[in-house]
Write a protein that binds this ligand. Structure first.
Ligand code: NAP
Length: 675
């Protein structure tokens, strides 16, 4: 992938994208887009997976479990760890901090902010030596995660008195996004403003760099400081702690064994709405076709049938796909650990007070656990490597695993090179450290949950009320160890080829609302910038506007900036797009082929060339939308638009920045980007 430096600033040559051919079509357009604690061992940890639909206005149900103060009192725990988690990492970090606390002789409660009354933080001082740790992920464009939305609103309200609250925050973010770690910073600042006492500096984890390294480095300083504050003498017990006990279930009736349901037993067989993150709808794949013409890559257009599901979606929403891990990987792990995959087992929390009883739905077979519930494709984190080191028969192997899981500079570098850069998943690690034979049940406890994969929906419900379309590039690459790694979801979807309506492959899905929306008024111009699969949501936008025009509605200028490698290979949806230009739905379409000439040509080059048109549309109130790569493309495009505003609006750079910020706050510059 190219860097910012690859972007030609002098991009004039070979202009003329698509629309150049079609000047007959009129008008261009304009645009506008966390001791007393301590004491003794106990074990705990907690549960749920995150992701709730923040756009759904229904009030959150807070049950039985809601007073964490009461729970802390009855279980004699004085540390509480909250997590705002979207993909499970913040929850995983909360679990690791709780284990650390236990090793240090303290007891911690883990809590999902969505499942308790966060207002109780005002009375946490009732508990002697209480301490709250917050692991807060930032989601999307600087937003709180779904499970911390309500906590965020409460903090924002700013009326709580948090005097007596001792806290520390670790934020999880990604530097490729504009609002880096916004939620961690916000919570850290707000808790202090409301009277809380910060016991340790805010920690910031960058997923674009090395989140594991950032977390381990922060923890290295954090725990000694916390121990000192509370007068706790660290025991130095480095042994692995089992949080769950394995029970083999030989006589359990088949109908009581989980077979891959995200939560409710038999939910995939006996479908009952409403469908959400814990209860996906099993759709049928209607269409699965290749969009690329040649070249080495594959891009799939897939249509999921949602007839009778009562699922409603809007253009710009995301669809979650629940994939199954590759069977070769699952079988490989079983073979190397000499474990029968058909054994039915449960992992039961040894802490009876914990609200999370199992790490994933149990009882199930090892096959089900490895196929549906556990992430076996990503690089295992250092805590996993440290715990499995105990099962090495060769002391050298043990030493190596302990080294790469340590927080020493050498250990971190080796982890980065040997694990991360070499893309070693758990199977590759077990293959390359042959004397390491952890029991599969321990591994099942250690590995994180397999997450659903989200795709920008590439259809409009106006045209396709009963189906959801996605546009996905197959992820497949060779690693430094010469292994072929496959993307979990795309490699699974690749084989979902329909063969008549009766034999349609099934894929569990649910729709997640987004804020990436066309303007409420149809007459407002839109500028859509989406190279590669960034085109996906815009296909839905264009369909939407086409349907409105067919209904006789007055629709504003609709302008697309698209980019791909070669006109002959990856100009996806080419025919549809040309037809939209021909029938006037697309007022203008500009396409940059990056590899059809010597010098790279990107969407931002086109934006510069069309600066007058872009500025006219912005002045006219246009909404600008950007979708695709977060690392390079989105910042480059932002810079270009800022430049256009400065130049054409004859503004100083700070005035142009204010102008852009205003556009963003008014929803006139929106991004749906990924890295
Ligand atoms: P792509 O085919 O890799 O790229 C589309 C076009 O954008 C190409 O012409 C490419 O040119 C160009 N481009 C490269 N750098 C650019 C920049 N700084 N500014 C503007 N255009 C630029 O697109 P894709 O396959 O859709 O993937 C786009 C990115 O998103 C990739 O980084 C991919 O890894 C990521 N992605 C992530 C997910 C996810 O779910 N996390 C899903 C899909 C894609 P050249 O290649 O010729 O330089």
């Amino acid at each position: 992938m190219s860097s910012i430096d690859d972007v030609g600033t002098d991009s004039v040559e070979e202009a003329a994208p698509y629309i150049g051919l079609l000047d007959i079509f009129v008008l261009s357009a304009c645009f506008g887009l966390g001791v007393y604690w301590f004491f003794f061992k106990g074990k705990k940890k907690e549960e749920p997976i995150d992701i709730k639909n923040y756009n759904i206005a229904a009030p959150m149900t807070k049950a039985v479990d809601s007073s964490f103060i009461q729970k802390m009192k009855t279980t004699h725990k004085n540390i509480i760890i909250f997590y705002g988690s979207q993909t499970g990492t913040a929850e995983e970090f909360a679990g690791r901090l709780a284990k650390d606390a236990q090793r240090l002789g303290m007891k911690a409660l883990i809590q999902d902010p969505e499942e308790c009354e966060m207002e109780d933080l005002t009375s946490i001082k009732e508990i002697e030596n209480s301490f709250a740790i917050f692991c807060m992920a930032t989601y999307g464009e600087g937003d709180p995660t779904d499970n911390s939305q309500e906590f965020y609103d409460w903090l924002q309200d700013g009326t709580a008195d948090l005097d007596g609250l001792k806290f520390a925050v670790f934020g999880l973010g990604n530097k490729t996004y504009e609002h880096y770690n916004e939620m961690g910073k916000f919570v850290d600042k707000k808790l202090e403003e409301l009277g809380g006492e910060r016991l340790f500096d805010l920690g910031l984890g960058d997923d674009d760099g090395n989140m594991e390294d950032d977390f381990v480095t922060w923890k290295e300083q954090f725990w000694p400081s916390v121990c000192e504050h509370f007068g706790v003498e660290a025991t130095g017990d480095e042994s692995s702690i089992r949080q769950y006990a394995v029970v083999v279930r030989e006589d359990i009736p088949e109908e009581k064994i989980y077979t891959g349901e995200p939560a409710r037993l038999n939910s995939l067989k006996k479908q009952k709405g409403p469908f959400d993150t814990k209860n996906p709808f099993v759709s049928r794949v209607q269409t699965n076709r290749e969009l690329h013409h040649g070249g080495e890559r594959s891009c799939m257009h897939i249509e999921f049938d949602i007839t009778d599901s009562k699922i409603r979606y809007e253009s710009g929403d995301h669809v979650a796909v629940y994939p199954i891990n590759n069977a070769n990987l699952v079988n490989g792990i079983a073979k190397i650990l000499d474990q029968n995959l058909d054994v039915v087992f449960s992992l039961n929390n040894v802490d009876e007070e914990a609200s999370k009883k199992h790490p994933f739905p149990c009882p199930c077979t090892y096959r089900t656990a490895l196929s549906f519930y556990l992430d076996i494709t990503n690089c295992p984190r250092t805590n996993v490597l440290k715990d499995i080191s105990e099962y090495c028969s060769d002391p050298k192997d043990k030493e190596f695993l302990l080294k790469i899981s340590s927080a020493t500079p050498e250990g971190k570098k080796e982890y980065s090179d040997w694990v991360v850069k070499s893309h070693r998943n758990i199977l590759a690690i077990l293959e390359d450290i042959p004397s390491c034979k952890p029991p599969l049940d321990h591994l099942c406890e250690l590995l994180p949950r397999l997450q659903a994969r989200y795709y920008s929906i590439s259809s409009s419900p106006k045209l396709h009320p009963n189906s959801i379309h996605i546009t996905a590039v197959l992820v497949e690459y060779k690693t430094l160890t010469n292994r072929t790694n496959l993307g979990v979801a795309t490699s699974w979807l690749k084989d979902k080829i329909p063969n008549g309506p009766e034999n349609a492959p099934k894929v569990p899905v649910y729709v997640r609302k987004s804020q990436f929306r066309l303007p409420f008024k149809h007459t407002v111009p839109v500028i859509m910038i989406g190279p590669g699969t960034g085109l996906a949501p815009f296909r839905g936008f264009i369909q939407e506007r086409s349907a409105l025009r067919k209904d006789g509605k007055d629709v504003g200028e609709t302008v697309l900036f698209f980019g791909c490698r070669k006109a002959s290979e990856d100009f996806i949806y080419q025919d549809e797009l040309k037809e939209y230009v021909n029938n006037g739905t697309l007022t203008d379409m500009f396409v940059a082929f990056s590899r059809d000439q010597e010098k790279k040509r990107y969407v931002q080059d086109l934006l510069k060339e069309e600066a007058d048109t872009v500025w006219k549309l912005i002045e006219k109130g246009a909404h600008i939308y950007v979708c695709g790569d977060a690392r390079n493309m989105a910042p480059d495009v932002l810079k270009t638009i800022r430049g256009i505003i400065t130049e054409k609006g004859e503004l100083t750079s700070s005035a142009a920045e204010d102008y852009l910020k205003k556009m963003q706050s008014k929803g006139r510059y929106s991004c749906d980007v990924w890295s």
